[in-house]
Design a protein around this ligand. Structure first.
Ligand code: PDD
Length: 283
């Protein structure tokens, strides 16, 4: 079954979808996006993803189609794809304008709306058995990382640096504090407590992080939201990569230094199991 796209009102094979070169997403990275995980026909946390998409769009004064339409399109994409495990990618840009001008185009310029479905790559069960390594990268991104915009060059640079060192994720740090991963939130476990940085303009309000807070409450794992130092992260018993795509992957090495026992820990295992259970609807 081919990957499917919905582009500006039409469904088509993803590989056939084309956007004009004068699209502001292409010229300026002037757009917002979401990545949703789906099991069969069921998209996970779809209301939360759509709420964050609308919020990102609102903060950029970008016209976004209503959720009712996006929900219908997501349903149709999943129906056409028929993958057991897939991602639904949504991107909305400020549309096509000519000539090239930085300032926003007239308000009646239609946005470019893409919703695409593709199959998930193979699972990596070994990541959960052995754990993964990460690198730290000084956070040199812009000041509004709370907006899920398609301006992801620093994230790409960080994640490429990680890949070249055989690491799974780049962890952004700033002034001695943990911020987040290149495409994930980073959770720290110390003495049985889950530590995570406060939300703010320097961090994406991760939906997996929010889910983890609910799970922690239910499973009686104390969670503390406060600035987390890089030093605390290195001294942690466990570090966990949390995101839509990773769900909850244990980190056993950062910058070549061993974390905790150097083996995946119990909190990572509980969180991963609970996230998978919630996604599969096995409450
Ligand atoms: N990224 N922080 C950043 C910078 C991210 O890009 C992401 C997700 C997260 C985790 O958010 P959530 O738990 O809502 O997935 C945190 C997506 C998956 C991506 O860009 O592929």
């Amino acid at each position: 079954m081919p990957d499917v796209a919905y582009l500006n009102g039409k469904f088509m094979p993803l590989r056939a979808a084309r956007v004009p070169v004068m699209d502001r997403g292409f010229l300026f990275g002037d757009g917002v996006y979401e990545v949703i995980r789906a099991t069969g026909l069921r998209p996970f946390l779809v209301d939360e993803h759509l709420r964050r998409l609308q919020s990102s769009a609102r903060m950029l004064e970008l016209a976004c189609p209503p959720n009712a339409l996006l929900r219908r399109v997501i349903r149709e994409i999943l129906r056409r794809c028929r993958y057991e495990r897939s991602y639904v990618y949504i991107e909305v840009t400020r549309g096509v304008t000519y000539p090239r001008k930085h300032h926003y185009p007239p308000e009646d310029t239609p946005p470019t709306v893409l919703v695409a479905g593709w199959a998930m790559g193979p699972e990596r069960p070994e990541d959960f058995v052995r754990g993964v390594s990460c690198i730290t990268v000084e956070d040199f991104r812009w000041g509004r990382c709370d907006i899920k915009s398609v301006n992801l060059l620093p994230n790409c640079m960080g994640k490429e640096a990680a890949r070249r060192r055989g690491a799974a994720e780049a962890i952004f740090v700033r002034n001695g504090l943990l911020i987040e991963g290149g495409s994930s939130s980073i959770l720290v476990v110390r003495r049985g407590r889950l530590l995570m940085p406060r939300l703010g303009q320097e961090i994406l309000p991760s939906l997996t992080r929010a889910l983890v807070l609910k799970i922690a409450k239910r499973r009686r794992i104390p969670a503390v939201i406060r600035p987390v130092t890089v030093r605390e992260m290195f001294a942690a018993d466990e570090v966990i990569i949390a995101s839509t795509t990773a769900e909850g992957v244990p980190v056993v090495k950062i910058d070549g230094r061993r974390i905790g026992s150097g083996r995946p820990g119990p909190v990572a295992a509980v969180l991963h199991e609970e996230i998978v259970r919630a996604r599969e609807g096995r409450r």
